[in-house]
Each structure stands twice: as structure tokens, then as C-alpha cells.
Design a protein around this ligand. Structure first.
Ligand SMILES: [Zn+2]
Length: 106
């Protein structure tokens, strides 16, 4: 197949998982730590950490150290677009900014 589009699907792939979508929904409200997220989602910390690592590799989230804990937040461009609740626009903006550096985008 001849593709006429930039490879946004790599970034969509990373989001194709209910836990990751839930994490994004929670981080849209405010930055949170792994333990806060796993409590909110009633999910094991290891699974939440694994999902966060994937979201971080694909540049959807970033982690900042706050004392002893790491606090995760949505990256600014993605957050701004997510506020409008338009996922496709959010991914497009995300890809424009980070695409070549995203997970599996080589
Ligand atoms: Zn990405």
C-alpha cells in the first residue's frame, strides 16, 4: 500500500489500550504520581508504570521529580489539544512536535 499520510498510526497504536486511555483522562485533570493513578484506577502499580513508560516513550506524558516521587503530566501540546476533546487534532499536533522521536517511529 502506498501511504499518503504521515505515520500517525504509530502514536495511535500506543493509545490503543483502555488503561492508557484512562491514565490520559486522569492526567488531563491534573498531574499525578504512579500510586495516585493506581489508586484512582484500582489497578496494580506495575501495570500503571508499564503503561506510563509506553506513554512516555511516545512523548504523550512527561515525568517530573517532586521530592521522592515522580509526578506524571501530559505534555503541553497534547494537553492543550486534549482540552478541546479532539483526539485526532491532539494526535496530529503531538505527531508534528514529536513524531520522529516517538516509540517505534523510526
Ligand atoms: Zn507519539
Amino acid at each position: 500500500m502506498k501511504s499518503v499520510s504521515t505515520p500517525y498510526h504509530y502514536c495511535f497504536d500506543v493509545l490503543g489500550n483502555p488503561l492508557r486511555i484512562s491514565i490520559i483522562q486522569l492526567l488531563k485533570e491534573k498531574p499525578r504520581s504512579v500510586s495516585e493513578l493506581s489508586k484512582q484506577l484500582d489497578e496494580e502499580q506495575s501495570k500503571v508504570s508499564h503503561s506510563l513508560a509506553a506513554l512516555k516513550k511516545c512523548n504523550f506524558v512527561e515525568a517530573k521529580r517532586d521530592g521522592k516521587k515522580l509526578v506524571y503530566s501530559l505534555r503541553e501540546t497534547f494537553l492543550k489539544n486534549m482540552k478541546g476533546d479532539n483526539l485526532f487534532e491532539a494526535i496530529e499536533a503531538h505527531y508534528k512536535e514529536h513524531g520522529p522521536n516517538c516509540w517505534r517511529c523510526e
